[in-house]
Design a protein. Sequence first.
Length: 208
Amino acid sequence: MARMQSLDLNPRHTALISIDLQHSNVGRALAPHTAADVVQRSQRIADALRAAGGTVVWVRVDVTALLSLPADASISRPPGSPVPPPEFSELVPELQVQAGDVRITKRQWGAFYGTDLDQQLRRRGIRTLAMSGIATNFGVESTARAAFDRGYELVFVEDAMTSLAAEPHVFANTQVFPRMGRVRSAQVLLATIAAGAAGEAEAPGAAR
């Protein structure tokens, strides 16, 4: 997996798309990365991207709506089981969501279907999406496929996403995501954002 290769992107035209870092997911046992590590890395990327003039998008899923879908039993709520409490659908406070961030509520796996995410990104001139969140092979992959179809450039932050097991995470990052974009570590993305911000500051006529 090409995790340590450099990147070429403009932070001002880049958005972090962080998927479903909410209580219903962060409380699970996950692999290969812990939920705490994914939250911490996503929060660091968000801070860096904001400071560099980029966009931060926090996506959450309405858990009650998702579990009520007539879908596979692995995600549907069994008849008679209790309705998840509202806080299950809320983002965890460790993300330190800011007033200027974009918030998207979805009711399917993907963040584009039935939401204004594409419109929000186009209004801001976003061309590159950095993907993070839970779970790699569900919400992240579904959103990435829709983004790829819409012509966005994609960066998959391998250690800022995780899944219910290591195997599907590894498969997505080695067999699926490289065909849609670039797979990198949070460290590489943070270094790229910092370099891009420095380059903007040094450019002739840049605001100081």
